[in-house]
Design a protein around this ligand. Structure first.
Ligand SMILES: C[S@@+](CC[C@H](N)C(=O)[O-])C[C@H]1O[C@@H](n2cnc3c(N)ncnc32)[C@H](O)[C@@H]1O
Length: 219
């Protein structure tokens, strides 16, 4: 009950005040890296998932590892991984996110490849050492590019396509963050249909919301 109330107050997509706040570009900073988050881009400020991924990456040895952030949004995760020495590709379906990321990469003097792609459609590397995914997971058809950061389609079409494509690839470590707020069992079953299993790699509870980083492995 308290959790539901907290959720209502803090869900950045639902909260009018927050939506208004994000009508202007807003800076987000992590470990000295600054990105400008455009109004139609996923804001990492009040959601927990981006910060949990960043804190997880902090402890990884990434020097010279190849890494893809699929659906990079502001690109803060991709930039931080590149700063730690990884050879990073940042992809997203949202061109506005990628334009801002190009500027952030120049301003922060961090080099990475930036690709506009619907999932893996124009990604040519068949295998990365790491893939990080913070997916849209609310079941509703997105009405525009901004909503694509939050909604995965009425019937979870995003996950359908994602798991079909992942199953055909050779990547070493695939990590995906999900919240207890989404239909984790349904998503797990969709993965299983493609012979992929989601194993818990990390569990974090903040502000009464539990998040999981799952490792996706082939069966
Ligand atoms: C929840 S946001 C996460 C953003 C960023 N990774 C982070 O952690 O802050 C999901 C991102 O996935 C992108 N996205 C949604 N559908 C996509 C697709 N089919 N192909 C590529 N990116 C997609 C959205 O534009 C959005 O930037």
């Amino acid at each position: 009950m308290i959790r539901q109330l907290l959720k209502k107050l803090t869900h950045p997509f639902l909260k009018y005040g927050t939506q208004k706040y994000f009508l202007k570009p807003r800076a987000y900073v992590y470990e000295g890296i600054e990105v400008m988050v455009m109004p139609d881009v996923f804001p990492p400020h009040y959601t927990l998932s981006t910060k949990i991924l960043l804190d997880y990456i902090k402890h990884l040895e990434l020097k010279d590892k190849t890494l893809l952030e699929l659906g990079c949004g502001s690109g803060i995760v991709a930039l931080y991984a590149a700063k730690k020495g990884a050879q990073v590709t940042a992809s997203d379906i949202n061109p506005s996110a990628l334009n801002a990321l190009k500027e952030a990469s120049l301003k922060n003097n961090i080099t990475l490849d930036i690709i506009n792609s619907d999932l893996f459609d124009v990604i040519t590397n068949p295998s990365y050492d790491y893939i990080f995914i913070n997916p849209p997971y609310y079941p509703k058809a997105p009405n525009n590019i901004k909503e694509q950061a939050w909604f995965c389609g009425e019937n979870f079409e995003y996950f359908d396509s994602l798991f079909i494509q992942l199953a055909e690839r050779q990547d070493k470590t695939i990590l995906m963050i999900l919240s207890q707020d989404c239909e984790i069992d349904k998503i797990k079953n969709m993965a299983l249909k493609n012979h992929l299993q989601l194993d818990i790699e990390l569990e974090r509870t903040r502000f009464a919301e539990r998040n999981y980083i799952f490792k996706i492995r082939r069966l």
